[in-house]
Design a protein around this ligand. Structure first.
Ligand SMILES: Cc1cc2nc3c(=O)[nH]c(=O)nc-3n(C[C@H](O)[C@H](O)[C@H](O)COP(=O)(O)O)c2cc1C
Length: 190
C-alpha cells in the first residue's frame, strides 16, 4: 500500500479469507496503531482479546445454539448446514479479535464517548492491517452479544461491552459497496 489516502479509500470489508496466517509483527503493529487512538479524559476504554484455537473451540456450543435459533427464525430445516456455516466463520478466520469498550452505568455520556473512542481504536487496527494487505470484517452477530461468549473469553460483562469481533486475513475477494457522494453527506455553510 502506498499512501495514507489510498489506505483510507480502498479498504473494503472482506467476507472470506485465505488460510495464510498473519504474522505477529503485523498484529503487533495493528494493536499499537489501535492504542494510539484519541480518547477523551484519557480513559483508554478499549481492550483487544485475540482469540486462539482452543478458545474458539469452546465457543462452538454457543455458535451452534445461536445458529439453531437463526434457522428457526428464517424457517430453515437444515440445522446442520446452519451450524457448519456459523462454526466455519469463527474457526476459519486467520485472526479473530473481540474488542470491548468500558461500560459506565453511572455516566452514560462518558460511556458514549468511550464507545466513540473504542471505535476509533478499532478502525486504527483495521486500517493498519489493511496497510499490510490484510483485510477484515467487523461483525456484531449474536455471538458477540451472548453471555456465554463473555464467560468463555473471560470478559466481565458488567465492566466491558463487546462492540464487535474483527475477523481478519488475506483476501482476494473485494466486496462492492455503494458510498454516498460527497455532496450528499456534506453542507458548506457561509
Ligand atoms: C458497527 C458495525 C457492525 C457491523 N456488523 C457486521 C456484521 O455483523 N456482519 C457483517 O457481515 N458485516 C458487518 N459490518 C460490516 C458492514 O456491513 C460494512 O462495513 C458495510 O457493508 C460497508 O462496507 P465496507 O466496510 O466495505 O465499506 C459492520 C460494520 C460496522 C461499522
Amino acid at each position: 500500500m502506498s499512501n495514507f489516502q489510498e489506505i483510507l479509500t480502498t479498504r473494503r470489508t472482506a467476507y472470506s479469507f485465505e488460510k495464510k496466517p498473519i504474522s505477529d509483527s503485523i498484529l503487533q503493529q495493528a494493536l499499537y496503531a489501535a492504542s494510539q487512538a484519541p480518547c477523551h479524559k484519557h480513559t483508554n476504554p478499549w481492550k483487544f482479546y485475540i482469540i486462539g484455537e482452543s478458545t474458539r473451540k469452546k465457543l462452538i456450543p454457543t455458535i451452534e445454539k445461536l445458529a439453531d435459533l437463526k434457522s428457526a427464525r428464517i424457517g430453515s430445516s437444515d440445522l446442520q448446514k446452519g451450524r457448519d456455516k456459523a462454526i466455519q466463520k469463527i474457526i476459519d478466520a486467520p485472526l479473530l479479535i473481540a474488542i470491548t469498550s468500558k461500560r459506565n452505568e453511572l455516566d452514560k455520556f462518558r460511556e458514549k464517548e468511550d464507545y466513540a473512542a473504542t471505535v476509533c481504536a478499532l478502525h486504527n487496527l483495521v486500517l493498519s492491517l489493511w496497510d499490510n494487505d490484510v483485510s477484515s470484517q467487523w461483525s456484531t452477530g449474536s455471538i458477540t452479544r451472548d453471555e456465554e461468549t463473555y464467560r468463555i473469553i473471560s470478559i466481565d460483562s458488567e465492566q466491558e461491552e463487546i462492540i464487535g469481533f474483527i475477523k481478519a486475513g488475506y483476501s482476494s475477494a473485494k466486496s462492492k459497496v455503494k458510498k454516498l457522494k460527497i455532496e450528499e453527506i456534506s453542507r458548506f455553510l457561509e
